[in-house]
Design a protein around this ligand. Structure first.
Ligand code: GTP
Ligand code: MG
Length: 697
């Protein structure tokens, strides 16, 4: 059933004459004449006057002219696209990597992270594996979750999840009830995608834990959001004016917060495994975990046996990550699986993403935590080409998304080389075609590593290949070497705490609730006071777990489960944010964005409905205003209030969301200021939050 995202619907008079609109005329418009200063134009469009710099049209950062793409947000440098590709940069394959043996210490066996829980129709989120020991008591029922959340079926099966009842809450000024009714009437949650589930391997949850609805207290969630919308109750209102009583400049981190190496010698690196469906992401992840001692031999035998019994012998390694019955039966990953291994240099958090296009929202929610990515390519004839297909290929969409998340280091794992006899020609062809595309996404040559491998035949993974067909021409690093050569991510340690919540685990019998996610800024430790937004509830940290091990503190970059005390479980929800009590994150439902429109075929109009993605939150929304078109080269406003947006245009828009989200301006916190707009099952635009507009209640 087609999704009722209706580009063609007229929401106001401006678009009534849309059909006869002459695009060519519009583009040839005399921009100078058109630009009048009505006081609403974005402020950051002054042309950069400095020589040797180009100004990003989206985030307005002044980049070195030599860069292909904006250093901050990845938008392309228009003067560098096309054929003008910088050839000076050396490819990693040409570099000399020392072939150290892995030096990897598999810590106490298997630690990947997935829930065995059957996928429910609710949005669920990341579950840290191994939590079964401490959280096996979760008895929040799926049914409750069902009660709380509906999944919005989109034509091709992807979903925008919305807490039930939000539509009663629609801000009429920004998003009419009728508009939302259109969306809601297409509600088909029959086979929904969980929003995001980092899988905890055993029966962590029953799952309810998860997601926006965070098990079991639908009313409290909705009412907490409602309260926020109304600015009542919690002491916080949902507008930017409510953002704490103190400015961030006043924040002084304590000494322990800055001590990055207090507990670990290894730096944590969140590594997203992305790529087209069936390219071998889970097989590769499972193989790595096995080789590095995180999956025992016994366990591997079990997977092999079970997979064979179901006639899916080739999926044995993937089964280590695809744990739900449905994933195994369908042979596809549906939710993000999280697992851990240590390399010489890093404590790696593997985020194995689903490749199927129906589950891109889940991929987004997981990969949004990534510091770096492995883009897995199926080298087989036809398979690489399918991934590059403009309409259906997830190689393209994943690469674009991951770059938009701010990930600028990527390892391209050209997998299934066994199928093409480890052919150098095939490798070179893929490298050449995909390389051009990756550069167009904003990846720079020195930050792309190309590794030919076979996950199935264990070639070039944690030691150099032993196959002469590969050895005869490939002398670069093996995969683990490449991972160790990634640059360590920088962390925002000196800012107040911000931890977007990707999952919530509840233990009602013990009255405990844990929030899971990646700390984006600041730090916390046992006893720290925290504020949960948007509910506004304040409590303290009872304990912390990282990689299923108790730890006393966590800092920016760490992926942790934070057990909270003094907070009602209903006030903690996926899509929310843990923050410092004196520096609450803003909560808003009307935002100004700078966006870059991707390859769309249907123009974006005022009134176009969309799914709005920001960290782990998703909301239905609509384009309330198209404020201006920007010159891609200078970021200068070229036209005010255009009627529509088409492919590859940069623009400033205002979106009105159905419900409020925790948000920050991109200039203040990248992780909370990056957004993705999706419609009809595809990402239609990426962007950043430039202004948080006060709610209209
Ligand atoms: P999604 O998560 O659903 O997108 O799939 P995936 O990318 O995780 O692929 P998965 O690991 O499930 O593997 C898909 C199929 O490819 C399985 O049948 C694997 O056995 C096969 N496969 C994976 N790696 C290799 C490889 O190196 N060589 C060969 N010949 N087959 C492989
Ligand atoms: Mg998979």
């Amino acid at each position: 059933m087609p999704r009722k995202v209706n580009y063609g619907v007229d929401y106001d008079e401006e678009v009534n004459d849309y059909e006869g609109y002459d695009y060519d005329y519009d583009y040839d418009y005399d921009y100078d004449d058109d630009i009048e200063d009505n006081g609403k134009a974005p402020q950051s469009e002054q042309e950069t006057s400095k020589r040797g710099l180009w100004r990003c049209s989206v985030c307005t950062y002044d980049n070195d002219e030599g860069l292909f793409a904006c250093d901050i947000c990845g938008v392309l440098n228009p003067s560098k696209t096309g054929t003008n590709i910088d050839k000076q940069t050396a490819n990693f394959n040409d570099m000399n990597f020392s072939r150290v043996s892995s030096g990897i210490t598999g810590k106490n066996g298997l630690l990947n992270i997935k829930s065995n829980a059957e996928r429910s129709d609710v949005s669920s989120s990341l579950m840290l594996k191994g939590k079964q020991d401490s959280f096996d008591d979760n008895n929040c029922s799926k049914n409750k979750a069902h009660n709380v959340q509906s999944s919005l079926k989109i034509s091709d099966g992807s979903f925008a999840t919305m807490p039930k009842g939000r539509h009663h809450n629609v801000d009429e000024g920004s998003c009419s009830k009728n508009d939302m009714a259109n969306i809601l009437s297409s509600d088909k949650s029959s086979h929904s995608s969980p929003a995001l589930k980092l899988k905890g391997r055993h029966e962590i949850t029953g799952d309810s834990s998860s997601s926006l609805i965070s098990g079991g207290k639908p009313q409290s969630l909705n009412s907490s959001l409602n309260k926020m919308a109304l600015g009542e109750g919690s002491g916080f209102s949902n507008n930017v004016n409510a953002r704490g009583t103190r400015s961030q400049a006043e924040y002084k981190p304590e000494k322990w917060m800055l001590n990055d190496q207090a507990e670990d010698t290894l730096i944590q690196l969140n590594l997203a495994i992305v790529g087209h469906v069936d390219s071998g992401k889970s097989t590769l992840s499972g193989r790595l975990l096995h080789l590095l001692g995180r999956i025992s031999q016994k366990e591997m035998h079990k997977y092999e046996k079970e997979a064979k019994l179901q006639g899916k012998g080739s999926f044995a390694y993937a089964w280590a990550l695809d744990e739900s019955a449905e994933e195994r039966e369908r042979g596809i990953t549906m939710t993000v699986a999280v697992a851990y291994f240590d390399s010489k240099k890093y404590h790696i958090v593997v985020l194995d993403s689903p490749g199927h296009k129906d589950f891109v929202p889940n991929m987004i929610s997981g990969a949004t935590q990534a510091d770096a990515a492995i883009l897995v390519i199926d080298a087989s004839i036809g398979a690489f080409e399918a991934g590059m297909d403009g309409a259906k290929g997830q190689t393209r969409e994943h690469a674009q998304l991951i770059r938009s998340f701010g990930v600028d280091q990527i390892i391209v794992a050209i997998n299934k080389m066994d199928v093409v006899d480890y052919s150098k020609e095939r490798f070179d062809l893929i490298k050449q075609q995909l390389g051009t595309f990756l550069r167009s996404c904003g990846f720079r040559d020195p930050s792309i590593m190309w590794i030919p491998l076979s996950a199935m035949e264990n070639q070039n993974l944690v030691v150099a290949s032993s196959d002469v067909r590969l050895l005869s021409w490939y002398h670069g690093p093996y995969l683990l070497d490449a991972i160790d050569s990634l640059q360590p991510p920088t962390r925002d340690l000196s800012k107040p705490l911000l931890m977007p919540i990707c999952d919530v685990i509840k233990l009602p019998s013990l009255g405990q609730v844990s929030a899971c996610g990646k700390v984006e800024a600041g730090a916390l430790r046992s006893g720290s006071k925290v504020l949960v937004m948007p509910s506004g509830a304040v409590g303290s940290v009872r304990s912390l777990e990282r990689d299923s091990q108790a730890c006393t503190s966590a800092r920016a970059g760490d992926n942790v489960a934070v057990s909270l005390q003094g907070i009602d479980a209903g006030n903690v929800m996926a899509g929310g944010v843990l923050c410092h009590p004196d520096f609450p994150v803003a909560v808003a439902k009307r935002l100004e964005l700078k966006v870059l429109v991707l390859d769309i075929t249907t123009p974006i109009l005022i009134g176009s409905q969309l799914e709005f993605h920001i960290h782990h939150a998703k909301e239905a929304g609509r384009v309330a205003k198209i404020l201006s078109l920007l010159d891609p080269k200078t970021g200068k406003v070229t036209k005010k209030t255009p009627r529509c947006l088409t492919a590859k245009q940069s623009a400033v828009v205002e979106v009105a969301l159905q419900g409020p989200v925790c948000v920050d301006e991109f200039s203040n916190c990248k992780a909370l200021g990056r957004v993705f707009l999706r419609a009809l099952g595809r990402t239609i635009a990426v962007g950043i939050v430039t202004r948080i507009i006060e709610s209209q209640e």
